[in-house]
Design a protein around this ligand. Structure first.
Ligand code: AMP
Length: 209
């Protein structure tokens, strides 16, 4: 499949969890704008400090910042045969900017109802050494990892509500935008990690990866 693949869905849908499997299947490098922004915040760069206040409030970082970040990433040599985009685009303006520079062959929309999101996010933990994502109940970290897992600063119940509103207002309309362009694949994300992964794999394979 040429061009990039977009992983789309609300916060906590399982985009990051499924990304490594899809990346191995397609050979496309995973690029998460959330991870890039968190790295920028940790490095103390000017862009990081601009992004930080939006992220901590559960709001989207302004389009110009994100579009600039991704345009640079698309110039790198490993982006030649497309990327696996996790968390980008998140607005129509970002999708329009992407369409000008890069083909999108599939948008995998992982659909999870709002009621399930809060529990998923509040229990989410990350291993800072490997980047692996766990959940204290649904996918507990192995014992050798459990003492070092951390919770993201924006994974609190209060911030999740804002992130969900931002999703419904600014991001969800993109599903229709991509559907009109014939690339949207809807996946029921309210199942086990394994079932969701198999469904995504089957959808990508049947489209001729
Ligand atoms: P994520 O790790 O994808 O949940 O992203 C964490 C936070 O980073 C989001 O809540 C936003 O504040 C910001 N962010 C990540 N990707 C984007 C994007 N494409 N557009 C705007 N803000 C973003």
């Amino acid at each position: 499949m040429s061009g990039s693949i977009v992983l789309f869905g609300p916060p906590g849908a399982g985009k990051g969890t499924q990304a490594s499997r899809i990346s191995s299947l397609t050979g496309k490098p995973q690029v998460s704008t959330g991870d890039m922004l968190r790295a920028a915040v940790a490095s103390g760069s000017e862009m990081g400090s601009e992004a930080q206040s939006y992220m901590e409030a559960g709001l989207l970082v302004p389009d110009e910042v994100i579009i600039g970040l991704i345009s640079e990433r698309l110039q790198e040599p490993d982006a030649m045969s497309g990327l696996l985009l996790d968390g980008y685009p998140r607005t129509i303006a970002q999708a329009e900017a992407l369409a000008k520079v890069e083909g999108v062959s599939a948008v995998i929309s992982i659909e999870v109802p709002d009621e399930a999101i809060v529990e998923r996010i509040v229990g989410r933990r990350m291993d800072p050494e490997t980047g692996m994502i766990y959940h204290i109940r649904f996918n507990p970290p192995p014992s050798e990892v459990s003492s070092r897992v951390v919770q993201r600063k924006d994974d609190t119940e209060e911030t999740v509500r804002n992130r969900l509103s931002a999703y419904h207002e600014q991001t969800a309309p993109l599903a229709g935008w991509y559907e009109e362009r014939g690339v949207l694949i809807r996946i029921d994300g309210n199942r086990s990690i394994e079932e969701v992964g198999s469904a995504i794999e089957a959808a990508i394979t049947s489209r001729g990866n």
